[in-house]
Design a protein around this ligand. Structure first.
Ligand SMILES: [Zn+2]
Length: 306
């Protein structure tokens, strides 16, 4: 089992040598997702050794350039490298037409199919599901329609207590039954109760992404108890008035949301390029929420280690 988030871009609108704009790669039990795809994302994927043809789902939060200007480039490279596997793309409804126009004027055709899914910006919605996880979108408060995303593992199977199964005459197919909470009756009448041979599973983990948004007290309900919250903190508290006018958050806003949402760990990103270092960010965050971290490009967040 694995659940990691690789931060590809932790900066705000202006790319700098230290921080590229928003993008992140998620590997949840070998499902490969990309959230946002700013300029330079394909280079960041190479830099941090992510094989980008594995990505099956791309989620675009909103149509500000620092969240999707790298998308047509990434899709074109996937095509040049001969991708055949379809890709699922989630984003604001206008994104489909934007991509079509970008490709059409160059006479380009992709070698694979895009399944486009329009996001809605009114309520929390389940937008994707498979055997092991669910993905939800939820509305944020920004200058243009914007969604956050929540990736949640489904409840897991019970763990086999192998010490207790030693020397027991149990066939391999019985393991699955025990893991599913079923008892086993052998042909000779012996009954094995699943409680005796299993341990509780690791609790399901979840990851929430909130960029960009002003402080919104609905967010804690949408992401409650999640393992890791990535929230934007574009500004320090002294720049609260700029945060208000641009509909972004400060460090204090992000830490408040983490605290109200009872999350395990907070990571902030989308840091404005006006700040030379992130030391002050960390101090301000920890005033409100102890388990706070400042994200950086190349950081790998392991949800099992929070
Ligand atoms: Zn924005």
């Amino acid at each position: 089992m694995n659940f990691t988030v690789t931060i590809l871009g932790s900066g705000a609108a202006l790319p700098t040598l230290n921080r590229m704009p928003s993008s992140q790669y998620i590997n949840c039990n070998n499902r490969h997702f990309l959230i946002d795809c700013a300029e330079g994302t394909q280079v960041q994927l190479r830099k941090y050794k992510v094989h980008f043809q594995k990505i099956s789902h791309i989620f675009i939060s909103h149509l500000h350039g620092d969240h999707y200007f790298g998308l047509v480039g990434l899709l074109s490279s996937m095509s040049l490298l001969g991708r055949e596997k379809e890709i699922h793309l989630f984003g604001p409804p206008e994104l489909e037409g934007i991509l079509k126009t970008q490709l059409e004027y160059g006479g380009s055709r992709l070698s694979f199919k895009i399944n486009f899914h329009s996001l809605s910006f009114h309520a929390k919605e389940k937008i994707h599901e498979d055997d092991v996880l669910e993905v939800y979108s939820f509305p944020l408060k920004h200058k243009v329609p914007t969604c956050g995303f929540l990736i949640k593992e489904k409840p897991k199977l019970l763990k086999i207590d192998s010490d207790k199964l030693k020397d027991k005459n149990i066939e391999i197919e019985h393991y699955k039954m025990l893991q599913n909470g079923q008892d086993i009756q052998l042909e000779n009448g012996t009954l094995y109760r699943y409680q005796e041979f299993t341990l509780p599973p690791h609790p399901p983990m979840s990851y929430a992404y909130c960029s960009d948004t002003k402080k919104d007290l609905k967010i804690p309900e949408f992401i409650e108890n999640c393992t890791v919250l990535y929230h934007e903190a574009t500004f320090l508290k002294k720049d609260k008035s700029i945060a208000n006018s641009t509909m972004h958050s400060t460090t204090i806003d992000a830490a408040n949301i983490a605290s109200l949402g009872k999350v395990k760990s907070l990571y902030v990103g989308h840091l404005s390029s006006r700040y030379r270092s992130d030391e002050q960010h960390l101090l301000e965050l920890k005033e409100v929420f102890k388990n706070s971290n400042v994200a950086y490009d190349g950081l790998i967040i392991d949800l099992f280690k929070q």
